[in-house]
Design a binder for this molecule. Structure first.
Ligand code: ADP
Ligand code: MG
Length: 164
């Protein structure tokens, strides 16, 4: 199933100049960029991205920290397209907590933060990027971050190998 999914290179990823390397991982896997922009979002928008679902899963305090984290600097938002792209992108991204993310994943290779350290020091888990967690999340997040006009339809050379 051909799917679209959202990736956001978070402020730590941008500030560490890792945006290019992060995007490269997805391009290398044959995922197609169909939308991309740099934005510095505000708190209201961030609350629409980190919805009440986050509060249910991690609590109100963590949601507040996340809103602070993602609005700390500009981010690069990208829509990627590919076969079962949501799962493929999550796999390349790696586990939420970088210490638990496997080597070879973006979070495993470029960060080492633990959940315990974040909790003990009362800080957010800086894990470089956001990637939609499910098909439903992807749909809602793409609609939030991109207008129809900002999403493009074109052919990559790679597609000749995927659809033949
Ligand atoms: P993912 O980013 O892998 O989809 P979640 O959606 O569960 O993970 O959480 C969103 C973000 O919240 C994570 O990327 C991480 O930055 C942050 N986070 C998760 N758990 C905690 C925590 N216990 N303390 C602080 N921040 C957290
Ligand atoms: Mg998530």
């Amino acid at each position: 199933m051909l799917e679209k999914t959202l990736v956001v290179v978070k402020p730590d990823g941008v500030q560490r100049s890792l945006a290019g390397k992060i995007i490269q991982r997805f391009e290398d896997a044959g995922l197609k960029i169909v939308g991309m922009k740099m934005v510095w979002i505000g708190k209201e928008f961030a609350k629409k991205h980190y919805t009440e679902d986050i509060e249910k899963r991690h609590g109100e305090k963590v949601r507040g920290m996340l809103v602070g984290y993602i609005t700390r600097g500009p981010v690069v938002a990208i829509v990627l397209e590919g076969i079962e792209a949501v799962e493929a992108v999550r796999k390349i991204t790696g586990s939420t907590y970088p210490s638990a993310a496997a080597p070879g994943t973006i979070r495993g290779d470029f960060a080492h933060m633990t959940k315990e350290h974040a909790i003990t020091n009362d800080q957010d888990v800086q894990n470089l990027l956001h990637a939609s967690g499910s098909k439903e999340e992807a749909k809602a997040e793409i609609a939030l971050w991109f207008s129809e006009k900002e999403l493009h339809s074109y052919k990559t050379v790679h597609e000749a190998h995927v659809f033949h």
